[in-house]
Design a protein around this ligand. Structure first.
Ligand SMILES: C[S@@+](CC[C@H](N)C(=O)[O-])C[C@H]1O[C@@H](n2cnc3c(N)ncnc32)[C@H](O)[C@@H]1O
Length: 459
């Protein structure tokens, strides 16, 4: 019997719960610079700029928060260069209303491949459990060794020279067993097992990936969005990004005192339970009457293809030298399922895999590169002006608390670029819902140097 035909007795009661949910905008992934707290402000500025509520293009859509919120009242064209953003925005703007999707938590738990995968990966799963258990009673050195040398991808391309004997044996048995799984990608296990997730969690993510591939086409996007949200919730790092795996040692090379707590807080969480709760969230997204579009492409190409009915381009580009692709490469790899090469770096004179296991050729945004950002912004202003649209440009504050780098472009420079292409520039900030002509704008910008702003530019 095929798993998808399993009777799920709890489904009818789940359906009733779902119908009662009033969908509020929610955080889809842990995301730097999400505009979730400013949605009403952004909507108010858009409504003032275009009371007729023409379509709006969310040009750097990221986690989809703005696209989702504005989609209630306007047609939205959402754009981002990253695939994970496209999947999440699609799940928000063109939501799945087929409640059969809720069965996929149970389908995955009962998947035919789950047991065989866990059996084949048993030696490395058990090895990890054992070292963490011993770590909890003080034996932390093997835990550090596991986190430093326990990557399956690392072992495949370059067998660990430094690892403990038991770790090498477990990895070698695992590599040997991988050959039995040609039809299962085991992508999460290979790339992220032991490093960003426990091996057991990584295998379970692979089980869900497998079930998504078997699912009917119309369910796949929302299933993948729920998996991305799950992957973002469970990733075992500081800040829930993929920029840096946990560093097990302090500066003097000693194992960190709270290492085991730091590992267990995420690694003990159940992938299937988290996935199921995300499915409930996504199925609760209200259907909209507008025909929204979601595009995965460079902002420049998207502006060339801008549909006629778009009246406003809302732009929230990155403003620091931190490329988003560095923080979210794990999500990109999970949804692309494309087995990328991992970039290499020079660590102490030796060429090694990047510690964060970054995708090679991950997207490098011109907005994050000091020498390229002025041209990128100039191009943005120029193209939106040429198309006769209004530009709403968000300017983000310098978040000192988050160890973010300073902004690549200063406000004054942005303003003078804007003036080259637009006759009218107004500035808005939340709280002080204030707007004025250009001269006042400049004063206002200086006064709110550390605050969120939206510049509205039109001709
Ligand atoms: C500040 S974030 C947007 C956050 C979003 N407003 C939200 O609330 O989640 C910037 C986004 O720009 C995207 N991006 C960077 N360079 C791009 C480019 N050249 N074309 C399209 N998108 C780009 C990044 O992938 C990232 O998702």
């Amino acid at each position: 019997m095929h798993l998808h035909k399993l009777e799920i007795s709890s489904i009818s009661s789940q359906e009733n719960i779902v119908e009662n949910i009033i969908c509020k905008p929610f955080r889809t992934i842990h995301y730097l610079g999400s505009k979730l707290r400013l949605l009403e402000f952004i909507k108010n500025v858009a409504d003032e700029a275009d009371p007729n509520r023409g379509a709006i293009c969310d040009l750097f859509a990221g986690s989809g928060a703005v696209s989702q919120y504005l989609s209630k009242d306007r047609r939205v064209v959402s754009v981002d260069i990253q695939k994970y953003s496209q999947i999440i925005c699609n799940a928000l703007l063109n939501p799945c209303s087929d409640k059969n999707i809720l069965k996929y938590g149970d389908y995955s738990r009962a998947s035919t491949i789950k047991n065989s995968l866990e059996k084949s990966l048993k030696s490395i799963i058990d090895y990890e459990i054992e070292v963490i258990k011993n770590g909890a009673v003080g034996d932390l050195e093997p835990v550090c060794d596991f986190l430093e040398n326990g990557s399956l991808y690392g072992a495949i391309v370059d067998f660990p020279a430094q690892g403990a004997e038991g770790l090498k044996v477990a990895l070698s048995e695992t590599i040997n067993n991988l050959k039995y799984f040609e039809s299962v990608t085991l992508l999460a296990t290979r790339y992220f097992g032991g490093i960003y997730y426990s091996y057991k969690q990584a295998v379970n993510i692979d089980v869900i990936l497998y079930e998504i591939e078997q699912a009917p086409m119309e369910l796949r996007n929302t299933l993948m969005a729920a998996l991305l949200s799950t992957a973002s919730d469970l990733v075992n790092t500081v800040g829930k990004q993929f920029a840096q795996p946990i560093r097990p040692r302090n500066k003097s090379g000693e194992p960190k005192a709270k290492l085991i707590q730091q590992l267990n807080k995420d690694r003990e969480l159940c992938v299937f339970d988290t996935f199921e709760s995300w499915l409930h969230k996504y199925i609760g997204v209200n259907n909209s009457t507008h025909a929204h579009e979601v595009l995965c492409m460079d902002y420049n190409v998207a502006l060339d293809l801008l549909p006629e009915d778009v009246s406003i381009v809302y732009a929230d580009p990155p403003y620091t030298r931190d490329h988003y692709s560095r923080f979210y490469h794990g999500l990109e790899t999970i949804c692309r399922n494309d087995f990328p090469e991992i970039s290499k770096t020079n660590i102490g004179g030796t060429i090694r895999l990047s510690r964060g296991l970054y995708r090679d050729n991950r997207h490098q945004s011109a907005f994050c590169i000091k020498s390229q950002a002025p041209d990128a912004f100039s191009n943005l202003f120029k193209k939106v002006a040429q198309k006769g649209k209004t530009l709403m440009l968000s300017y983000s504050p310098y978040e000192k608390d988050n160890n973010a780098h300073p902004r690549v472009m200063q406000l004054d420079d942005l303003l003078s670029l804007a003036k080259q292409h637009f006759k009218n520039t107004k500035s808005y900030s939340p709280g002080v819902f204030l707007h004025s002509k250009l001269n006042h704008t400049e004063k206002h910008l200086k006064a709110s140097d550390n605050g969120e702003l939206i510049l509205v530019c039109s001709n």
